[in-house]
Write a protein of this length. Structure first.
Length: 454
C-alpha cells in the first residue's frame, strides 16, 4: 500500500513536465508581408519565445491566434517594433536648428496648445523636428511616436490602400460602386445615376456633410438624410465624412479583409508603421495621447478610448463598416511623416514602393481634367488629396484633420521633395480663408524657410 502515494507523486511530476514543456517551448512566427512589386527588399522572418507568464497590460504581445499578426523591421538583425525605427532614423540623422526650433516653440506657445509635434523632412532627411508639451493628464511628455487619432487625415491615408487595389485592376474609378460593393449608392433624386469612386474621393458624390455614417441604403428614397437633393453626382463639391467611410468599405469589399487588416499588411507593415483604426489594435499602446478639447481640457483618456472601443468588429463587412475610415485612424507623427515621404518620393521611400508615381500624380490631379471622368466640376480635392499654399512660390499637397482640440496636418511638396507633418492637441484656433488652421499656416511658412531659394 505504501507504493500508491509514490506512484501518484511520480504521475504528477510526469504530468507537470509534459505540460510545462508544451507551454514554454512554443514559438510564434511573424512573417513580414512580401514587399510591393518592384522592390528588392527580402522577406524577413522574426521569431520570439514568450515567457511562461507574460506580463499583462496593453503592451503585452497578443495571444496566438489562427492568423498571427504581421510585422516588418528594417533590419532582421535589429528587432525593432513597427513604427519605431522611422522615429529613430529621424533622431539619428537630425542635426537640428536652434533658431528654427525656437520659432516652432513660439508658434505652439502663442497658439496656447497643450501638445505639439512638428516634423519637416527633405528627401527623407529631417531638417526640423520638434516636440512640445505633454500628451495626457499625467503630464507625460509627447514624443515623435505618440499615437494620435488624426481625424480626417485618415481619409488620405486610407486612400493609399484603395489606390493599391486600383493599380492591381480591382476596380474602375468611374464604375458604379455597386459593381463591387454589396449595396447600391445613388442620390434618391437621381436613382439612375449611381455614385462612382472618383466622385467619392473628390467629394463630388452629392453626399452632404453630416454626422451619420451608416445609411440604410434600401430606405434612402423615404429617408434621404445623406444626399443633397437635386444635385447630380459629379457636379458639385461638398465635403462629406461619409465619403471617407465609403473608401474603407470599398477596401473591404474588394480585398475580402477588414480594412484594418488590409492596411496593416499592404501599407503599414511594409513601411514599418504601427497604425490602426481602433486603439486596441495598435501593437504598442504605451504611448498614446489623450483626447483633448480647447485649452487642453481632457475629453477622454487614452485608456478610456481603448475600453470604450473594445467591441470593435475587425471583420470584413462593407455594408456595415461605412463609419470606420472617416476619421478614426491612430498613428504617430513619425509614421505619418513616413507616409508623406512616400508621396514626395513618387510612391516610394526607403527602398519600399507602395504606389506608382503615376498614381501619386493622379491623386493630386483635378479629376475633372481626366479623360472620360465621372467628375464634371473642379474640386479642391483630387483623390482625397487637397492643396494649400503658405507663400507665393510652392503648393503643398495633403490633408488636414480637426477633431475637438486636435489639429493634424500632413503635406508634401512634389517639386522639392519636402514634407510637413504637424499634430497639435488642446487647440481651438480659427481656420484661414482656405480652410487651413492658422497654426498650420504659420508652421508651413516656417517649413518653407528651408526650401530652395529662401
Amino acid at each position: 500500500m505504501k507504493t500508491r502515494p509514490i506512484a501518484l507523486l511520480l504521475f504528477l511530476l510526469l504530468f507537470l513536465l509534459l505540460t510545462g514543456a508544451r507551454g514554454e517551448g512554443r514559438q510564434f512566427v511573424f512573417v513580414t508581408p512580401a514587399p510591393p512589386t518592384g522592390t528588392a527588399a527580402p522577406v524577413v522572418v522574426n521569431t520570439f519565445t514568450p515567457s511562461p507568464e507574460p506580463t499583462p497590460g496593453p503592451t503585452a504581445e497578443p495571444q496566438a491566434t489562427a492568423e498571427p499578426a504581421q510585422t516588418a523591421a528594417p533590419d532582421p538583425e535589429v528587432p525593432v517594433q513597427p513604427g519605431e525605427y522611422w522615429a529613430m532614423d529621424l533622431l539619428d540623422t537630425y542635426k537640428g536648428s536652434k533658431e528654427a526650433e525656437g520659432k516652432a516653440d513660439d508658434i505652439f506657445r502663442s497658439a496656447g496648445v497643450r501638445t505639439g509635434v512638428l516634423i519637416v523632412t527633405h528627401a527623407g532627411e529631417p531638417v526640423l523636428v520638434r516636440t512640445y508639451g505633454v500628451r495626457n493628464r499625467d503630464r507625460e511628455p509627447v514624443s515623435l511616436h505618440t499615437r494620435f487619432r488624426i481625424a480626417s487625415v485618415t481619409k488620405m491615408v486610407t486612400a493609399i490602400g484603395l489606390m493599391r487595389l486600383y493599380e492591381q485592376g480591382a476596380f474602375d474609378l468611374d464604375a458604379p460602386l455597386s459593381a463591387y460593393m454589396p449595396m447600391r449608392v445613388a442620390n434618391p433624386s437621381y436613382p439612375d445615376e449611381e455614385v462612382t469612386m472618383r466622385q467619392v474621393l473628390s467629394h463630388t458624390s452629392s453626399i452632404k456633410t453630416g454626422l451619420r455614417y451608416k445609411p440604410n441604403w434600401e430606405k434612402l428614397k423615404k429617408d434621404n438624410r445623406y444626399f443633397k437633393r437635386y444635385v447630380h453626382p459629379g457636379t458639385r463639391y461638398m465635403y462629406a465624412n461619409l465619403n471617407g467611410g465609403l473608401c474603407g468599405a470599398a477596401i473591404e469589399a474588394l480585398s475580402g479583409q477588414s480594412v484594418n487588416t488590409y492596411m496593416r499588411e499592404n501599407v503599414f507593415a511594409p513601411l514599418g508603421i504601427d497604425a490602426a483604426y481602433n486603439p486596441g489594435l495598435l501593437l504598442d499602446q504605451s504611448d498614446m495621447a489623450d483626447m483633448m478639447g480647447e485649452n487642453g481640457r481632457i475629453i477622454s483618456t487614452a485608456g478610456r478610448e481603448i475600453r470604450v472601443h473594445s467591441d470593435y468588429d475587425d471583420t470584413c463587412d462593407p455594408r456595415e463598416h461605412t463609419d470606420r475610415t472617416a476619421g478614426g485612424l491612430y498613428i504617430s507623427p513619425a509614421a505619418l511623416s513616413r507616409l508623406m515621404a512616400m508621396f514626395a518620393g513618387g510612391g516610394e521611400t526607403g527602398g519600399v514602393r507602395i504606389l506608382s508615381s503615376e498614381t501619386v500624380t493622379l491623386m493630386r490631379q483635378d479629376q475633372s481634367t481626366v479623360e472620360n471622368s465621372s467628375v464634371r466640376v473642379t474640386s479642391p480635392y483630387g483623390l482625397f488629396v487637397t492643396h494649400v499654399t503658405a507663400g507665393d512660390r510652392y503648393v503643398w499637397y495633403g490633408h488636414q484633420g480637426r477633431y475637438n482640440g486636435l489639429c493634424a496636418d500632413a503635406f508634401y511638396q512634389p517639386e522639392t521633395g519636402f514634407t510637413f507633418v504637424m499634430v497639435v492637441n488642446g487647440y481651438d484656433g480659427p481656420l484661414s480663408d482656405d480652410g487651413l488652421s492658422r497654426i498650420a499656416r504659420k508652421a508651413l511658412a516656417l517649413a518653407e524657410s528651408f526650401l530652395p531659394g529662401q
